[in-house]
Structures are given as structure tokens and as C-alpha cells.
Design a protein around this ligand. Structure first.
Ligand code: PSU
Ligand code: MN
Length: 304
């Protein structure tokens, strides 16, 4: 068996010299956006992290090896293969290792590999959560259980209203995950800054967030932290239009009995097509915004 995780030379050096490193996921590349926007965005996100003085580490399974820090050709391969690449959450890791396959890591799997590589801060778009109709379907993303147990901070723009947001927040409360509103008192709902749901921890600076992370992990509390960073005002799309697309996508999923790991990618794809790229534009902007904040938090964290 090869070593558990292969870290690129650049990422390994940055970690060894206590420089800021930001983990990035790969399901967003393969299942979250179409080609070529997925590749362009992956590259821009890495560039944004660098502009803020941190080192990006895009995470994926490549030929069955967990990797932190991909080269451009590898990003290109994943972006072009898109949904043909296995969507890899916690439970898929052993299969992909033993079969030497590629895997696009979800928030959950990215957290696992980031923690193994020694990376504490991770930027993404939106997390998975509790789906509406959970009482019948039992569909709760493995991302939530991962946040409960793995020591990585996840910077996101909240979660899409494809999820039951109140139940998602209840779940996070039950499993003891601090949810931080960055410069907001409301939990943002991905495409919109508002959800009507309060977050109890409001922090206004990256260094305040870094100190909370230190406090949690120094105290020996296992698990992650969710940093909710609202989409920039200027990038907020017309929400009524999007909400309609989300409802349509959910109805189609029900009609076609889409379930399990296929559901979230199905909804994302349908919303993208229904809004003719309007959602994609906003999605790209909020991911860049999250990468910027994550890099600032990683720098503040490295200085503590
Ligand atoms: N939500 C989004 N965009 C995404 C995802 C979720 O708005 O790209 C991806 C992330 O990788 C997340 C995963 O971890 O989907 C959750 O999938 P599931 O609901 O099957 O756990
Ligand atoms: Mn699910």
C-alpha cells in the first residue's frame, strides 16, 4: 500500500514551514459545474488563494491515491471527465483505493484527506445537508457527520434551499458543530444572503475566526467548524427566478425517483439548466469569495 495521502511538493513545503494552506474540493469540479467553466473556476479559485498569500491544495483521489495539490493536467482530466468520475464521500474511499480509481471528493471526503495531510482550512461553495422529506427518505448528507468528527474548518456560502435549512442547522447543533456567520447574523442560503435563520456566533474578522478554531482544537474538541460567508451583494442573482428553478428541479427528482448520491448532482445540474447559467455565474462568484476568506483565515491561523 502506498502512503495514505500524497501531498504535492509545494503544499508539503508550505505545511512544513507553517505557511497558510487552503484545501479545495473536487466534486464541485466534476459534478457541480459544466466543462469548461468547471476548469476555469478551479484554476481561478487556486489563483485567488495565492493572491491572498496562501497555498491552494485541491484534493481528489487520483488512480486510487488520496492527493492534496493537483497539477493543471490532473485538474483538466477531472474537469473533462465530469460526472464520469466517481463522486467520493467517506464510504467510497476504500473502494477507490483498492480499485486504483479516480474520485472527486465531496466536502466530507475532502475534510478527511485534508486532515490527513495536516490542512485545517477548506473552502467550498455549499455543503450537503438534510434534504426535505427526510422523514421518508432518510437523506442526510455525510458532510454533516463529517463536520461532527473531523478537525477541519469549512468555509461555505451556507447551503442551497434544495435542502431543509432549519433541519440542517438543527443537525449541526445536535452534533456540536459551531456555525459562524461571517459579518452576518443570518445563515446565508447560497444564492441569497438571507434565509431568515439566525446564527448565534457572529464574527467579523478572519483572526477572530482563527482564534475560535484554535480554542476548539486546543481544548480537545473533535470535529469541524462551519464558517458561513454570504454571497457578495453585487453577485446575488434574482432570487425569485432561482427559487422557481429549485422547485422545478425538486419536482423532477421526485418524479424520476432520483435518490442516494445521485440526488444532489441531479438537482445542481437541473438548476443550472433551468436558469440558463444565471445560477452558475453566482456559484462561481461565491466560491471565489469563499476562497478569499478561507485564505485570510488560514493566514491568521498560521500566525497564532
Ligand atoms: N451543494 C452544492 N454544490 C456542490 C455540492 C453540494 O451547492 O457541489 C457537492 C459537494 O461536494 C457536497 C456534495 O459535499 O455535493 C454533497 O453531496 P450529498 O448531498 O450527496 O452528500
Ligand atoms: Mn444524500
Amino acid at each position: 500500500m502506498p502512503s495514505l495521502i500524497q501531498t504535492s511538493t509545494e503544499v508539503a513545503e508550505a505545511l512544513a514551514t507553517n505557511q497558510a494552506v487552503v484545501a479545495l474540493e473536487s466534486t464541485i469540479i466534476t459534478h457541480g459545474m459544466p466543462y469548461p467553466q468547471n476548469l476555469e473556476t478551479a484554476l481561478r479559485v487556486e489563483e485567488t488563494v495565492r493572491e491572498q498569500g496562501a497555498v491552494p491544495a485541491t484534493i481528489a483521489m487520483v488512480d486510487g491515491i488520496g492527493r492534496a495539490g493537483l497539477v493543471r493536467a490532473e485538474l483538466e482530466t477531472l474537469a473533462k471527465l465530469g460526472p464520469q468520475v466517481t463522486k467520493c464521500s467517506r464510504r467510497d474511499i476504500p473502494y477507490l483505493i483498492s480499485q486504483k480509481k479516480h474520485g472527486a471528493t465531496t466536502v466530507a471526503a475532502t475534510m478527511i484527506l485534508a486532515a490527513k495531510a495536516g490542512i485545517s482550512i477548506f473552502a467550498t461553495g455549499g455543503i450537503g445537508g438534510v434534504h426535505p422529506g427526510v422523514a421518508d427518505t432518510w437523506d442526510i448528507s455525510a458532510d454533516l457527520q463529517e463536520l461532527a468528527q473531523t478537525n477541519v474548518a469549512v468555509v461555505c456560502a451556507g447551503a442551497k434551499s434544495i435542502l431543509d435549512l432549519p433541519k440542517t442547522l438543527e443537525y449541526l447543533e445536535t452534533v456540536g458543530v459551531p456555525v459562524i456567520g461571517y459579518q452576518t447574523e443570518e445563515f446565508p442560503a447560497f444564492f441569497t444572503r438571507r434565509s431568515g435563520l439566525k446564527v448565534e456566533i457572529n464574527l467579523n474578522s478572519p483572526s477572530d475566526i482563527a482564534r475560535l478554531l484554535r480554542a476548539k482544537w486546543d481544548f480537545g474538541l473533535q470535529g469541524g467548524v462551519l464558517v458561513a460567508n454570504p454571497i457578495p451583494l453585487a453577485s446575488e442573482p434574482d432570487y425569485a427566478h432561482l427559487e422557481k428553478a429549485i422547485k422545478t428541479a425538486q419536482a423532477q427528482a421526485q418524479e424520476q425517483r432520483i435518490q442516494g448520491k445521485a440526488l444532489t448532482p441531479f438537482l445542481l445540474d437541473r438548476i443550472e439548466k433551468e436558469t440558463q447559467g444565471e445560477s452558475l455565474k453566482a456559484n462561481i462568484q461565491l466560491v471565489l469569495n469563499n476562497a478569499r476568506l478561507a485564505a485570510k483565515i488560514a493566514r491568521a491561523y498560521a500566525q497564532l
